[in-house]
Design a binder for this molecule. Sequence first.
Ligand SMILES: Nc1nc2c(ncn2[C@@H]2O[C@H](COP(=O)(O)OP(=O)(O)OP(=O)(O)O)[C@@H](O)[C@H]2O)c(=O)[nH]1
Length: 558
Amino acid sequence: MLSLISAPYGFGAVELTEPSYDYLGQELSYFFEPEGPPLSLSEAMAARHSGQFQSHHSRVLHLGSAPKPHWVYLPLHNADDKALRRTLEIGPAWIDQMNVYLLHGQQVLQAFYAGDAKPRQQRPVPNQGYLFVLDVPPGNSGLYVRFENIGSHPLVVRLLEETQQRTVAKWISFIDGAQLGYLLALIAFNLMLYSGLRDPNTLNYSVFLFIYVLLYLLSSSYINEWFWPDSNHFGILMLLVAVAWSSLHFARHFLDIPALYPRLNSLLKWGANAFMALSVLLSLSGFYVAGMRLTFIALIIYPVVMVVLGGLCLSRGLLAARYFLAASAFGLLGTATTNLALWNVLPFNTLTFNAMKIGVLLEATLLALALAYQMRQHQVARLQAEHMARTDPLTGLFNRRAFFDVSDSLWSTAMRNHRPLSVILLDIDHFKQINDQHGHATGDLVLIALSKLLQQTARHGDICVRWGGEEFLLLLPETHDVQAAHLAERLREQVERLKPAGLSITVSLGVAERGNHYSLDSLINDADQRLYSAKDAGRNQVCHQACVTCSDELGQAL
Ligand SMILES: Nc1nc2c(ncn2[C@@H]2O[C@H](COP(=O)(O)OP(=O)(O)OP(=O)(O)O)[C@@H](O)[C@H]2O)c(=O)[nH]1
């Protein structure tokens, strides 16, 4: 037994005089404990010396989704003539229990008891894992670590020299600060948008991101003391379930799935609720591993569902789905890359290890862009609807509704400041004949040509309105009756020369000035009467206050 214990450590040992940031998975060997009471250190040592420890060939040790208690051995060598201080880093942060022994010969030099399952054990350092300061004597030494954990824990082990450890800690603080600051800024901004715009998508997005931030903080061991201090796994599981649920909730509403795919929507909604309830129930009733497995299955399915939903909605012409699809694809890619690296399918390096974080940042950014794009689309649609409600579709001129919106203030200003304001009403002569003889489409062309002429002739500030079928109104601020009559006469002459669709047309016009009118309606009425006077007088003429050719009584009197 003694000879077994004193067997050499040297073969394949980590050389401590050559500090490196490398992960040491390839130098590790491991051994699953048989059923029964936990093995003691000397039993584990005996198992190693009898060749029961298996060697390992990748940088991360991943022993399945719920491995049994096991031992890990790491041989060390110090070629220096004095003891070297190294920080042993063991991640991730959510290991329940581990016993670490540093041995030199058969002598235990240091022992540590760590994990997040028992209150008085050494706790992990946020986002780095468990840190143990080792003073390794010259020559060969060895590290034995016993792990016990409910659920998956890919094991990432490094030995860092003091300055390396400080560098790692600095970069972790910097990257975590930047990442969390960015996500919190997105959450705050979207909550502000929600408080102003009441768009439920911005709220759903903020809730989803906030749960993700909580999950990140909890799984990296930042906030274990505040939430579920003695049941970290339960907290992580609940937040995983909540992240999955809230992301699907956001996706369903953002992509308008209830309207586009009502049946699929019900399926997703009830499926997500049932899965959430089942996971929580299983975990609460002691079937934690089953609950966890269910959650992990869902976590694989959810991102795929997102991508499929994005694709479906894009095929239905929902443009904001482009951003959504890209966001989901990045999220899926990041999560898949990190998981495949942890399972040693992809090479494990800083990029693949952090791919999930990068994916989430890209996903959050693209979803924020998707929301912005959707809001812009809603705004454009609203403006278009408003524009259409105010505009005559054939001629592009204001319709009556828009006229009353804008004319009120012009009328009030003119009244208050005693300023002139005139109205011209214009009607195409015998327009019915044009329609009857040349067809409705030709009639439309005539109307379009005439409205263009009106727009070109009117000054900036004048208002052109399609008043009815073939009737137009011009509201002319700062214009006296005589000036309006001149404009009307000019228009009449231009129409004669216009020849729209090759046809000769004429118009009759009635002009009225604000004068003693008490309301805009009465002013328009006056112009209308003069228009009909112009028609009665033989058409193709202007009738105004000083009119002598038309049959207007007032004009005749003048
Ligand atoms: N092409 C076309 N015709 C229209 C439109 N709106 C109204 N009309 C036609 O305009 C004609 C107006 O006819 P009437 O009210 O009898 O007037 P008119 O033939 O111009 O006769 P007077 O006004 O007395 O000279 C009708 O035939 C309507 O169908 C339109 O948007 N497009």
